[in-house]
Design a protein around this ligand. Structure first.
Ligand SMILES: [Zn+2]
Ligand SMILES: [Zn+2]
Length: 147
């Protein structure tokens, strides 16, 4: 009897691997179009869609060696097949990655973020970096107030 996961072509994590929640979401989205439910999974809201310009600018690459797998559907790319290459160099079938990028802007494998058309998000992204720099200061302040 095959269980659900082997039926889906998933495998157990190897030693030292951590689960990649985003990649699982991308697979579920592709197979079941479950984005609505997944979007609120763990209360974690995903970033907005990649910008149209960024999607159009994605490089197309023709596969020249065997053994390269699409991370979303886990099918091996055939030689001569044209695939979409993200700026992080991860390669996907167009039909696997384009619906995903139309929903959220990051590579499911490594979370590399493409630009979005969302001004608020872009402003927040810049702010997030600055906030990180400030975090240490806030912690020091908190400690001096409450200890
Ligand atoms: Zn694929
Ligand atoms: Zn990537």
């Amino acid at each position: 009897m095959t269980d659900y996961f082997s039926e889906m072509g998933w495998r157990e994590l190897r030693d030292g691997e951590t689960p990649n929640q985003l990649l699982h979401l991308a697979r579920l989205f592709r197979d079941f179009n479950m984005f609505q439910e997944l979007n609120s999974l763990n209360g974690e809201n995903l970033p907005p869609a990649a910008s149209k310009a960024a999607i159009e600018a994605l490089e197309q690459e023709v596969i020249e060696t065997s053994g390269i797998q699409c991370p979303v559907c886990l099918k091996e790319h055939s030689i001569g097949e044209a695939v979409k290459k993200l700026p992080c160099a991860h390669k996907y079938h167009a039909e696997c990655i384009l619906p995903w990028l139309a929903k959220t802007n990051s590579c499911p494998l490594c979370r590399y973020e493409l630009p979005t058309d969302d001004d608020d998000y872009e402003a927040w992204r810049k702010e997030k970096k600055r906030a990180k720099d400030r975090e240490a200061d806030i912690e020091n302040l908190h400690n001096s107030m409450f200890s």
